[in-house]
Design a protein around this ligand. Sequence first.
Ligand SMILES: CC(C)(COP(=O)(O)OP(=O)(O)OC[C@H]1O[C@@H](n2cnc3c(N)ncnc32)[C@H](O)[C@@H]1OP(=O)(O)O)[C@@H](O)C(=O)NCCC(=O)NCCS
Length: 220
Amino acid sequence: MTKQAVIFGTGSLAEVIDFYLAHDSPYRVAAFTATGDFVGQPQFLGRPLVAFEEVETRFPPDTYEMFVAVGYRHLNRLREQYCSAARTKGYKLLTYLSSKATHWGDTMLGDNVFIFEDNTIQPFVKIGNGAILWSGNHIGHHSSIGPSCFISSHVVVSGHCTVGDRCFIGVNATITDSVVVGNDNIIGPGALIQKSTSDGEVHVAERAKKLPKDSSKFLR
Ligand SMILES: CC(C)(COP(=O)(O)OP(=O)(O)OC[C@H]1O[C@@H](n2cnc3c(N)ncnc32)[C@H](O)[C@@H]1OP(=O)(O)O)[C@@H](O)C(=O)NCCC(=O)NCCS
């Protein structure tokens, strides 16, 4: 059965979320909503764009569910705040799990969760409200991803890990087994985390080294 949804957001993330819902979910996006300056036009992607302050008058929560398509700005706090505001208005926040993700059907998913293709989610995993898992991550057994996290792509979270609230984990980062990542951490692309971290920490990996010769000198 088709379900109706409103997306909060007018950026490329909103466009991507709309695409995935249209191609791989029972949801059809009827409208978009945003705050302040982001409501410059009456339409977005050919559908109504309405101010968040009055969205419930035209697209009421008894008929429409909502997804807050806000990325990791302000370390995921904006998405967290708007999810909270949407719940206060009475909206159910929809959750999407790609049909192209691998899982065992037992994953505990919060609301406003979005899980893209090629995620492998092992048994006994919990994923908190508002978490976004971009494509291709491995989430090991008995691990939990905290509310409002943003997990980029090709991240490995090994078994028995706990990732705290609002963490950003960059592409190709690795968290080894049983590690606890504190709240509000930034784990940069390619970082290897083998020991537990405290709240608010930032970990980055070494960048690639630039050789002092140009590419014409190689692969001869
Ligand atoms: C760490 C990070 C989150 C900081 O983001 P930001 O606030 O936008 O800041 P910048 O990327 O401009 O980096 C600011 C400074 O942090 C430091 N820094 C960032 N990454 C670093 C690294 N790997 N090694 C050393 N210093 C680093 C540098 O001082 C840098 O300044 P510089 O670029 O002039 O050297 C960002 O660098 C990053 O790694 N983003 C994730 C990329 C990713 O995985 N994207 C996928 C999204 S789907």
